[in-house]
Design a protein around this ligand. Structure first.
Ligand code: KIV
Length: 283
């Protein structure tokens, strides 16, 4: 086997074992090299290069404009920063419309960026695509409930509140599991429904706005750190106000440049004045 696979790297099998042990799984988005290093140091076992980068990094209103090239570029940077963490990347909008396209798209993320698996939005309707990828050796994470790539069809709201929708969500989760997905994200779903789905699945569920009954949780980097917008969404918890810290530091820097107190001699390299005079003589 390849010597580049570290024995200590987190694998999809480890996530299954964590579910079996009742150990909660912390997953976090990461979009660049630096955040991957920080998340790795903090001991986060699963990093998601989410297509939410379209909003929080590129400033779009939805995830729809995100391209496969965007994902490959960001995912490669995250992989370079991550050590042991399992790195999963989203297949962006319309890049897995059929099996052949999904294979090509996932291939780029695994081969060019080096991620360990891909995440696809959808349930039973995309199960054949999931099955094909899994048959070819691509680990797949599902994503049900609120699926941001379908925002123009379903609206930004909690899914699965009506009985028929709740039933469909369970069926979708089961179809993804049956197709070979190694885990499934449940986004914006009633907590009791997500807990029930979690009980019925053998693969781990990762919730976001889906209550504490899931096997794990995923949050967006910018939300937990207070880097984006004034107020985090209801399903998020802001663990620090890093945005304010950055703003303060940037202001202090700009003030010091304006005031002439930065840089000092300590920030500058030196040359012997006589040598300098000699060097510039006649210039
Ligand atoms: O794109 C993303 O960040 C996601 C998570 C919110 C699950 O899909």
């Amino acid at each position: 086997m390849s010597a580049t696979i570290s024995q200590k790297s987190v694998t999809t099998l480890d996530l299954a074992a964590m579910k079996a042990r009742g150990e909660k799984i912390a997953m976090l988005t990461a979009y660049d090299f630096t955040s991957a290093i920080l998340a790795e140091r903090a001991g986060v076992p699963v990093l998601l290069v989410g297509d939410s980068l379209g909003m929080v990094v590129h400033g779009h209103g939805t995830t729809l404009p995100v391209t496969l090239d965007d994902m490959v570029r960001h995912a490669a940077a995250v992989v370079r920063g991550a050590g042991k963490a399992l790195v999963i990347a989203d297949l962006p909008f319309l890049t897995y419309a059929d099996e052949a396209m999904a294979v090509r798209s996932a291939g780029r993320l695994l081969q060019e960026a080096g991620v360990a698996g891909v995440k696809l939005e959808g349930g039973a309707s995309i199960a054949p695509i999931v099955r094909k990828l899994v048959e070819l050796g691509v680990p797949v994470m599902g994503h049900i409930g609120f699926t941001p790539q379908s925002v123009n069809q379903i609206g930004l709201k909690v899914q699965g509140k009506a009985a028929v929708d709740a039933r469909r969500m369970l069926d979708d989760a089961l179809a993804l599991q049956e197709a070979g997905a190694f885990a499934v994200v449940i986004e914006l779903a009633p907590a009791a429904l997500a807990a029930e789905i979690t009980q019925r699945l053998t693969i781990p569920t990762i919730g976001i706005g889906a209550g504490a009954g899931c096997d794990g949780q995923v949050q967006v980097w910018h939300d937990i750190l207070g880097l984006y917008g004034d107020k985090p969404p209801r399903h998020a918890k802001q663990f620090a106000d890093v945005g304010a810290v950055i703003e303060g530091a940037v202001k202090a820097y700009a003030d010091e440049v304006r005031g002439g107190t930065f840089p000092t001699d300590a920030n500058s390299s030196k040359i012997d004045p006589a040598e300098l005079a000699q060097a510039l003589k006649g210039a």
